[in-house]
Design a protein. Structure first.
Length: 192
């Protein structure tokens, strides 16, 4: 059982075997260097895609897309479908990922601007928190596979270049449990 976080491979920062199996709960969660409450490591962001590597009782050893690994309370992880949705839909009925990618670029630019102001002394910590409080950014790209967070809909989408499908959600729809989204393919506005 590993006791140290796995360090990302600096020569190849992308971890080719990474396939998310879970996401962090909607309110985030603490992570530990070892399955021991006395060794806190970090806090994980809400809805961060993670891969559950192993379980040890209630503890879950997870890995992130960049190769970093830690231990979490595995009971709180939100399970994702075993495999990403398949690309069976015709191209005319698939959603265009470009608007979501543009939103990611805008959110990153807003966050970068706030960080630069904070580093330059133009913002104090509280002002920085106020300015970034509503920002929600999420993007994992692994070759042709992409997981992107849609903050307006409160959901993660999986895309393979041809379609986008809901992968996980932080909002419960009527009769559904938050975090366990059925595979729903999304189509561009005006198409069905």
């Amino acid at each position: 059982m590993p006791n140290q976080p796995i360090q990302p491979d600096r020569a190849n920062p992308r971890t080719p075997e990474f396939r998310p199996t879970h996401v962090v709960p909607p309110h985030g969660m603490p992570a530990w260097e070892a399955p021991d409450l006395a060794t806190p490591t970090a806090s994980l962001d809400p809805l961060l895609p993670v891969q559950l590597v192993e379980r040890h009782g209630d503890w879950g050893h997870i890995r992130c897309a960049n190769g970093w690994a830690a231990w979490v309370d595995g009971r709180h992880l939100v399970a994702l479908p075993q495999d990403p949705p398949t690309a069976d839909a015709a191209p005319a009925t698939t959603a265009d990922p470009r608007p979501l990618l543009a939103g990611v670029e805008e959110a990153v630019a807003d966050y970068r601007s706030a960080v630069e102001e904070l580093a330059g002394g133009g913002l104090d910590g509280e002002s920085f928190r106020d300015r970034t409080r509503e920002l929600r950014i999420g993007l994992v790209v692994d070759g042709e596979s992409m997981w992107v967070y849609d903050p307006e809909e409160g959901r993660w989408l999986y895309g393979d270049g041809r379609l986008l499908a809901t992968y996980a959600t932080d909002r419960a729809a009527a009769g559904e449990e938050a975090g366990r989204a059925p595979a729903r393919f999304t189509a561009p506005e005006g198409e069905s």
